[in-house]
Design a protein around this ligand. Structure first.
Ligand code: MG
Length: 298
């Protein structure tokens, strides 16, 4: 299933994609299904089954009823699938060997995952502008990433069971102000500015993406390919990232884990490239969808 959050009459609504249409889950279930993604995730697998039954082609719903609850995808404004995460997004640095190499990491590849976080205020949805503040940074860079949405809470999760805790996956862009990242040493500031985490266009549930290490991800700027890689090249796969993070630390439903970016980022290019106002960034994961954002001066 492809679950999304969209705007209707100024409100965030929860929907499921059915072909080229968005089915409003609260309306389709007469208010029985939750109206936010976080609430749906928290309700667990039973709620997901009900989503399947209201969005399916079952005989219970006639054509008139279906028209009432569904709108064409191209007529709605999508928001980030989780517009406001409950807590910081956990990110992973240097999780592809070729990106570690282009970043001139000199003391060898990480032996354990490098975790850092982005605050919830970084999250924006598809087509929302990535803010460009000339007084803050002129070294703004892109990073396409596979993003894991945690479904089931857990602590001390075994690697073998880790994928059972995944609700689904989406596409993310770990936008980074490289000058701030370096100046403040810890990466939080340079990766934590408002609007620095485009997410979307929707969540593909884990049953439809069985192997997160067999996914192609790419990113283009103004139509020119900058990153093109395979998640099989991660140094630490999704199961290992979840297991290691969860040791002594509870993961909660709705937590987001960004799994790192491959090579091809701007600062490592020769000459270095940074985003400018008007640039259009398209982050894509074949099995999920396309996340497009333009850069806009604030
Ligand atoms: Mg990153």
């Amino acid at each position: 299933m492809r679950l999304l959050t969209y705007e209707r009459d100024g409100e965030a609504r929860l929907g499921v994609l059915a072909g080229d249409a968005v089915i409003d889950l609260a309306d389709a279930s007469d208010g029985e299904l939750p109206d936010t993604m976080l609430a749906l995730i928290a309700e667990g697998s039973e709620a997901l089954e009900r989503v399947g039954s209201v969005s399916g082609d079952g005989p219970s719903r006639d054509e008139t009823a279906r028209e009432r609850i569904s709108v064409p995808l191209d007529s709605v404004r999508l928001l980030a699938p989780i517009p406001r995460p409950a807590r910081n997004l956990v990110c992973v640095g240097l999780n592809y060997a070729d990106h570690a190499a282009e970043s001139a990491v000199t003391d060898g590849l990480p032996k354990d995952p490098v975790y850092f976080t982005k605050p919830p205020t970084t999250v924006i949805g598809p087509e929302a502008p990535i803010p460009w503040h000339p007084h803050v940074s002129r070294r703004i860079d892109w990073e396409v990433e596979l993003v894991v949405v945690i479904g089931r809470a857990g602590v001390n999760i075994d690697e073998e069971q880790a994928l059972e805790h995944v609700f689904g996956y989406t596409v993310g862009n770990d936008v980074t102000a490289r000058d701030l990242q370096r100046r403040h040493q810890q990466w939080y500031k340079g990766k934590g500015l408002d609007g620095f985490c485009p997410l979307g266009p929707w969540i593909v549930t884990s049953d439809e993406l069985a192997d997160p290490q067999d996914v192609r991800l790419s990113l283009s700027v103004n139509g020119e390919m900058k990153q093109d890689a395979w998640t099989g090249d991660m140094l630490f796969g999704v199961a290992r990232l979840i297991s290691t993070l969860s040791q002594g630390m509870t993961l909660e439903p709705g937590d987001l884990l960004m799994t790192g970016t491959p090579s091809g980022v701007g600062f490592a290019r020769n000459p270095p490239e940074y985003l400018q106002p008007g640039d259009v960034v398209e982050a894509k994961i074949d099995a999920i969808g396309l996340l497009r954002n333009a850069v806009a001066e604030e």
